[in-house]
Design a protein around this ligand. Structure first.
Ligand code: NDP
Ligand code: HSE
Length: 427
């Protein structure tokens, strides 16, 4: 079976190495000898890992895309990846990619091209690297109703937040450490601004809720604004700060649809996601019948990501030998995407207030009048004799209600300052 590889960078190089080194195993598992016929790169003369046979390198990516049974796209970005994948489908190939940006922007078009070609479209590596979460959502959970997915799906930002939490580094220091280790790109925008996680959140939500969700449907906030003070304050509340991708089904008297978002949030220290360190990823799925499922592992890096790519290669090759096909797009539920104000979350609000009779009552009233229930209140009086620092954690409520309560507190006579407002997840 002819295999073409588009891209031989961090991931492509490891895919090529493993395909060659473990050829006998792949043949036994798929029923076909997998022969790499071409590896398309931008610069054929650039130095390469010795595992990549130089005679297979070419700068004719279109030829590689259109002359193989299986095409593995590991270039990244929208173009030329999109055009090459569409050409591969038109030429009758099965396509495997790890390109989350492309799927979040053009997923339905790619699925349609696979259906028209009657071949497979697989993308396990696009979400959370080595962790088989695409398979889990697309196939393992097909007999259940997913209610929420909560995940750490970006290794770079988790590494940065972990360095800030465990070593007390500033954001800039932690980012520099991530870059020095090769976790973050020279231009780390897509990671630190949450866009990489947002693309993954869109894919997760599409699969979990059988609804088309694109990048534009995801509310995104990155981690640039997180300070060392925020981390210290989180620790004082028994929490860690994590960048979370959240896909949630809401079905109540106020809203019916799905909320998809990426933002930093406080996570209680005893929550499973709080102990995800360094560049690791984890995804927590809640479903009606299965209950809670947790997936954990390496979310990035050449070899872990190649593991996910190669599982797709074996599946696609076996289908071409034995018949059968990858699942097609499932968007039948077509649920409405809820605006950010409809998201259900909890807030932790820190306030500097007059330490005097009636202050607590005034704060409680601001929440009560906006239909927000309070979960806990903690007061420390280290600010001064007249002032206290009060930390209030709410129960889950729509963001619009929580924001209205915070706005009311800002205008409250007894409140000298709303010191911070953080979302809390996983309580
Ligand atoms: P790299 O930037 O390391 O590699 C990209 C490769 O594509 C290079 O070999 C480059 O050629 C080649 N390339 C770029 N433009 C073209 C072009 N126009 N025509 C032909 N070849 C081209 O990317 P990664 O390996 O890191 O990522 C690949 C994909 O995998 C992306 O979609 C990424 O999101 C995804 N992914 C990556 C993970 C990771 O940890 N790195 C984890 C999960 C998914 P040249 O070598 O000559 O520059
Ligand atoms: N830049 C991504 C990360 C790579 O840090 O998780 C995997 O998509």
């Amino acid at each position: 079976m002819r295999v073409g590889v588009l891209g031989s960078g961090t991931v492509g190089t490891q895919v090529v190495r493993l395909l060659l080194e473990q050829a006998d195993d792949f043949a036994a598992r798929s029923g076909a000898n997998l022969e790499i016929t071409g590896i398309a790169v931008r610069d054929v003369s650039a130095p390469r890992d010795a595992a990549v046979p130089r005679h297979l390198l070419t700068d004719d990516a279109t030829d590689v895309a259109t002359s193989n049974d299986i095409v593995i796209e590991l270039i990244g970005g929208i173009e030329p990846a999109r055009t090459l994948i569409l050409a591969a489908f038109r030429a009758g190939a099965s396509v495997i990619t790890g390109n989350k940006a492309l799927i979040a922007a053009h997923g339905p078009e790619l699925y349609a091209a696979a259906a028209a070609a009657n071949t497979d479209f697989y993308y396990e590596a696009a979400v959370a690297g080595a962790i088989p979460v695409v398979y889990a959502l697309r196939e393992s959970m097909a007999g259940d109703r997913v209610t929420s997915v909560l995940g750490i799906v970006n290794g770079t930002t988790n590494y940065i937040l972990d360095e800030m939490s465990t070593k007390g580094l500033s954001f800039d220091e932690a980012l520099a450490a991530a870059q020095a280790l090769g976790y973050a790109e020279a231009d780390p925008t897509a990671d630190v601004d949450g866009l990489d996680a947002a693309a993954k959140a869109a894919i997760i939500a599409s699969l979990a809720f059988h609804t088309r969700v694109g990048l534009d449907d995801v509310e995104v906030e990155g981690i640039r604004s997180i300070t060392a003070d925020d981390i210290r304050e989180a620790h004082a509340s028994g929490c860690e700060i994590k960048l979370l991708a959240i896909a949630q089904r809401r079905e109540d008297e106020h809203a019916n649809g799905i909320s998809v978002r990426v933002h930093p949030a406080l996570v209680p220290a005893d929550h499973p996601l709080a102990s995800v360190h360094g560049g690791f990823n984890a995804v927590l799925v809640e479903a009606e019948s299965a209950g809670r499922l947790m997936f954990y592992g390496q979310g990035a890096g050449g070899t872990p990501t190649a593991s996910a790519v190669l599982s797709d290669v074996v599946a696609a090759a076996a289908h071409r030998v034995n018949g059968g096909q990858a699942p097609r797009e499932s968007s039948y539920a077509d649920l409405p995407i809820l605006g950010p104000e409809k998201a259900l979350t909890r807030y932790q609000v820190q306030l500097r207030v007059a330490d005097a009779p009636g202050s607590l009552a005034a704060m409680a009233q601001a929440f009560a009048d906006n239909d927000v229930s309070i979960n806990s209140v903690r007061q420390s009086s280290y600010v001064s004799d007249e002032q206290a620092l009060v930390t209030i954690v709410t129960h889950a409520a729509p963001v619009s209600h929580l924001d209205a309560a915070v706005e009311r507190l800002r205008g409250e006579e007894r409140v000298d300052e709303v010191v911070s407002v953080h979302r809390v997840e996983g309580l």
